[in-house]
Each structure stands twice: as structure tokens, then as C-alpha cells.
Write a protein that binds this ligand. Structure first.
Ligand SMILES: [Zn+2]
Length: 163
């Protein structure tokens, strides 16, 4: 793929975070292919940590819409960087925030007249109307939900991870 000359991607480790005030606002983060890559180190003076790549909005659009993955790294020994899929916009001005992990399960009630009770679990999303069970999405790895389902055999029969 063609290198997009003139663009200003910046390499920063997760600790150093968003590049400081420049002409541009860095709004998008993506990991280099092979991250953590010893050739793509943080560009902050004195820092040697492996870096993720910050893009400003025009480059972020190239990444998202044109599937551009190679960017110039000015003032960096690597000169260019190839980015992985899965980059994301960072809304907060200070820190990159990874999208929160969720887990999706299919559960069956022990009795169709029973109501689902979630205890301390706060499902992000519940689809009660699927023909083959209730689809429930929870934050995190889902172990809380699995424990709850195992504990409440009076309500649930089965819990199957679907995502
Ligand atoms: Zn750093």
C-alpha cells in the first residue's frame, strides 16, 4: 500500500499517552503491526517503551474509510509504521481508553413462566424475545454471570457463551 507522505503520526507508549499540544489534535489510536515492536518505541525524549500510534483526524479518516494502514512517522527512526486493524477514536482529552470488554451469553430459564433475575449483575443488554433463549450481554469476562447462573439453578438451566 502507498505510504501517505506528509501525515504526522506520532508514536507514544501507553504511559506517556496522548501527544502534547501541537498544531494538530490527536484523536485516534492504533497499534503497530507486531506491537509491542522494538522498532516502534515511544517518541518522547528519554522513553524507550514500545509505542502505540496516534493519528489526527484526517489520518483517522484515511484509516477508517480508505483502509490506509501505512503512515509516516516524522522524527522517528522507523520513518514509517504499519498499523493493525482495530484502531479507535479517543474521546477523552487525556488518556486512551480501550473499549470496555463485554461478554455475551445465551441462557435458558428452568421454567418459561419464571422471570429472569440477575442479582448483582447489571446486564448491558438483554434480549428476552429470541426463540432459543435469552441473550444477555454483561461487562467484563462474564465470570460473574456464569457464577450467578450456576448458583441459581432454581431460575436458570443453562448458560452458554456466545461472544
Ligand atoms: Zn513513553
Amino acid at each position: 500500500m502507498e505510504v501517505l507522505w506528509g501525515r504526522m503520526a506520532v508514536a507514544r507508549c501507553e504511559t506517556c499517552g496522548r501527544p502534547g499540544r501541537t498544531k494538530f489534535d490527536y484523536v485516534f489510536v492504533a497499534e503497530p503491526v507486531g506491537y509491542p515492536d522494538p522498532n516502534i518505541r515511544c517518541g518522547k525524549r528519554g522513553c524507550q517503551n514500545p509505542a502505540i500510534i496516534w493519528l489526527y483526524v484526517i489520518d483517522a479518516m484515511m484509516y477508517e474509510n480508505q483502509k490506509q494502514r501505512i503512515f509516516q512517522l516524522p522524527f522517528h527512526p522507523a520513518k514509517t509504521v504499519t498499523l493493525k486493524d482495530g484502531g479507535y477514536f479517543v474521546s477523552d482529552k487525556r488518556e486512551p481508553v480501550k473499549p470496555e470488554r463485554t461478554s455475551k451469553f445465551k441462557v435458558w430459564l428452568s421454567n418459561s413462566r419464571q422471570r429472569a433475575v440477575w442479582g448483582n449483575i447489571n446486564p448491558v443488554e438483554c434480549d428476552y424475545f429470541a426463540a432459543d433463549g435469552i441473550y444477555v450481554t454483561v461487562k467484563g469476562d462474564g465470570s460473574d454471570l456464569e457464577k450467578w447462573i450456576a448458583l441459581r439453578k432454581d431460575i436458570f438451566v443453562l448458560c452458554e457463551r456466545v461472544g
